[in-house]
Design a protein around this ligand. Structure first.
Ligand code: NAP
Length: 251
């Protein structure tokens, strides 16, 4: 069984969906977990579930698009648990399903602020902290299979933002590989969460026909892969974007 004993993990977007499930999986593997998001009640519920799983947690209310929030979040994590060993930069937003000419400048700015600048800011402060420790660390960023290719018309801004996450990941991995910091990305296929419900207008089951595995993904499918990427078993995996998609990209 994978162990993350004595590790401190930070999860952005830990208030629901993939982030909450991964936060609990980190806890089950023995890590203490800092949960980050804007919704306080949901964040505290994730911490309750972390404690129920036998570990300890902390909720930090923050908007990942704001530098001061991100800097304070990393400081709060270190203040509470003494170090930062693992980060899952998973917070993201989808925007509207519309063709490109119908999209707005405001939508572009907000989606890139959360999905791209948010990952940049998180990595900036997480890496600085990991460099200050002598044992390095590991980071996983959430991209999407839509960062490789659009699966359908619409969501052009979101798709472009998820491609940007892949390149931020690869470049940062190259920059810090020699300093014991591994940085990878995960590219989920259609996973049963609030976001998929939004993307499909409440008709997510219709997506099953497009998945070679014949089923939608569950948050646990992503959590299992992220826990492995953050473990010593993946010590030689760096700069990689792992699709966890039931075979969608292979089709
Ligand atoms: P979700 O349940 O809607 O989760 C999105 C999370 O992001 C929430 O916890 C939300 O928390 C957080 N978030 C959004 N904006 C934020 C901000 N400005 N600052 C801090 N946190 C913010 O959906 P999900 O499917 O689990 O999404 C998680 C990640 O997976 C996203 O990056 C998404 O793009 C990616 N993804 C999902 C799928 C899928 O099919 N579900 C597929 C590919 C990729 P608050 O509202 O509390 O801030």
């Amino acid at each position: 069984m994978t162990t993350l004993e004595n590790k401190v993990a930070l999860v952005t977007g830990g208030t629901s969906g993939i982030g909450r499930t991964t936060a609990i999986a980190f806890a089950c593997a023995g890590a203490k977990v800092v949960v980050v998001g804007r919704r306080e009640q949901e964040g505290n519920e994730t911490v309750r579930l972390i404690r129920e799983a036998g570990s300890d947690g902390l909720f930090v209310q923050a908007d990942v698009a704001k530098e001061a929030d991100v800097e304070a979040t990393v400081a709060a994590a270190v203040n509470k648990f003494g170090s930062l060993d693992i980060a899952f930069n998973n917070a993201g937003m989808l925007g509207q399903n519309a063709s490109l000419a119908e999209q707005t400048e405001q939508a572009y700015d907000r989606i890139f602020a959360v999905n791209v600048k948010g990952v940049f800011l998180c990595m900036k402060y997480e890496i600085s902290q990991m460099l200050a420790q002598d044992n390095g660390g590991t980071i996983v960023n959430t991209s999407s299979i839509n960062g490789f290719r659009p699966l359908a018309p619409g969501f052009s801004i979101y798709n472009a933002s998820k491609t940007a996450v892949i390149m931020l990941t690869k470049t940062a991995a190259l920059e810090y590989a020699s300093q014991k910091i591994r940085i990878n990305a995960i590219a989920p296929g259609p996973i049963e969460t609030d976001m998929l419900n939004q993307a499909t207008g409440g008709n997510s089951k219709a997506f099953e026909n497009f998945v070679p595995a014949g089923r939608l993904g569950k948050p646990d499918d992503i959590a299992n892969a992220v826990v492995w990427l953050c473990s010593d078993s993946a010590d030689y995996v760096n700069g990689h974007t792992l699709a966890v998609d039931g075979g969608v990209l292979a089709a």
